[in-house]
Design a protein around this ligand. Sequence first.
Ligand SMILES: [Zn+2]
Length: 134
Amino acid sequence: MNFRAYQPKPPKERKPYQWRRKPKKESLRYNLILDGAVRVYPDGREVCQDNAAGRDEYKRRLHLLLQRQGFKCCLCGESLNTYNSTFEHRCPRGLAGATRDDRIEDVQGNPMNGAAHWSCNSEAGSSRNKVYVR
Ligand SMILES: [Zn+2]
């Protein structure tokens, strides 16, 4: 029998996998506020940027929501702390973020969005017609 020596193919060259989207640069479609941490769109939506400053602002807002709700989940009413809470969006972050709004108060100063358990938030899914318990 004649065994040919196994000759592996040389590995293909790949680009390094980028697991984090680059924060968006300045644009005519939104203004950057708070040293580039938050994008403000003409329709009033605010979206935290995907950079260190933006993530800090997101956490700060989440903590404000927790304080406003007395550290209770806005979906199930059970107790909540900084570590098991997530930002619950009234309008989901879906549609590539086209409807995402990270504000915690609307233009009239009414409370919007809330803090919820990670599990409650994922159960709620992306249904737009959910009932809010406050
Ligand atoms: Zn909950």
